[in-house]
Design a protein around this ligand. Structure first.
Ligand SMILES: [Zn+2]
Length: 279
């Protein structure tokens, strides 16, 4: 399958926004929201959606003041997956499936731009975000982003292990070259998405490694309360650390077979594009 790696939102987090550059210059860090587009015979698969056109148009309503204050998104409609899919020469209707790492607003915001697409994700993530609307005021998830009632396809990690990781046996209607990998910790049902292209696998690890990153980034810093088990997050620091260790081991043992890329590191996005160009 042919793959494209897109940045579907630029974030400039308040925390850690200023850092000392290599030559001692003060610079402002920014984060990307990496999404993937896979071209299949039957249509397109979008992996994560970044921020959507409605998020950009009415950000306060859609994203909430907390997200805006913490992340300072660029809010550029040209960065949305909808616009970028069109620039690739497709229509939005060509996106028939969306596979999500999780439902945080910077990953799920574009869902409403592809209202007919089936949305594949772990049942645990759906339960945490969609099944607990009473937690919405606490701010992590933004139910408005799925108010159009997309057709969710929900999964358990029930497949045979893939490189030592728990995965979904088979995503409905999608080829076996596309896998949903269980990487819990950042959120209760957080996953990674693996795609096979050319001579190797690519694994988008989402936000699994955001904190003390054995893989690379710990960006943006998470509030300390997110480290504890809570109904909002639903996973413990131990779970997250276990996931990070699994990914670090995967990266060490299978670096030639699998390219690992996190969602927010601009360097990872560049490496991912290089990987796709090389395979
Ligand atoms: Zn994120």
């Amino acid at each position: 399958m042919r793959l494209h790696a897109l940045n579907c939102a630029t974030l400039r987090p308040a925390s850690g926004a200023i850092r000392l550059g290599r030559r001692g210059a003060v610079e402002r860090t920014s984060a990307v929201c990496t999404c993937l587009v896979a071209e299949l015979d039957r249509g397109l698969v979008l992996v994560d959606t970044g921020l959507g056109l409605l998020d950009v148009a009415v950000p306060l309503r859609r994203l909430g003041p907390g997200f805006l204050a913490a992340m300072h998104p660029r809010l550029d409609p040209n960065e949305t997956a909808a616009r970028q899919v069109e620039r690739l020469g497709f229509s939005r209707q060509d996106v028939q499936d969306v596979v999500l790492t999780h439902l945080d607003p910077d990953h799920a915001g574009g869902l409403s731009d592809f209202p007919r697409a089936r949305v594949h994700l772990f049942a645990a993530e759906h339960r945490a975000a969609v099944g607990q609307p009473e937690l919405a005021p606490l701010g992590r998830y933004r139910p408005m982003q799925w108010a159009h009632r997309p057709r969710f396809e929900l999964y358990q990690p029930d497949g045979p292990r893939w490189y030592g990781l728990d995965v979904v046996h088979q995503l409905r209607g999608l080829p076996p070259d596309l896998k949903l990998v269980s990487l819990p910790g950042h959120s209760r049902g957080h996953g990674g998405v693996a795609l096979r292209s050319g001579c190797g696998w690519l694994l988008l690890t989402g936000d699994a490694t955001l904190r003390p990153g054995a893989l690379s980034w710990d960006f943006p810093p998470r509030p300390r309360w997110l480290n504890r088990s809570s109904p909002l997050v639903g996973s413990s620091a131990r779970t997250r650390h276990r996931t990070v260790e699994q990914l670090a081991a995967l990266g060490q043992e299978h670096a030639r077979e699998i390219g690992l890329f996190s969602s927010h590191d601009p360097g990872d996005l560049e490496r991912c594009r290089g990987w796709l160009g090389a395979t």
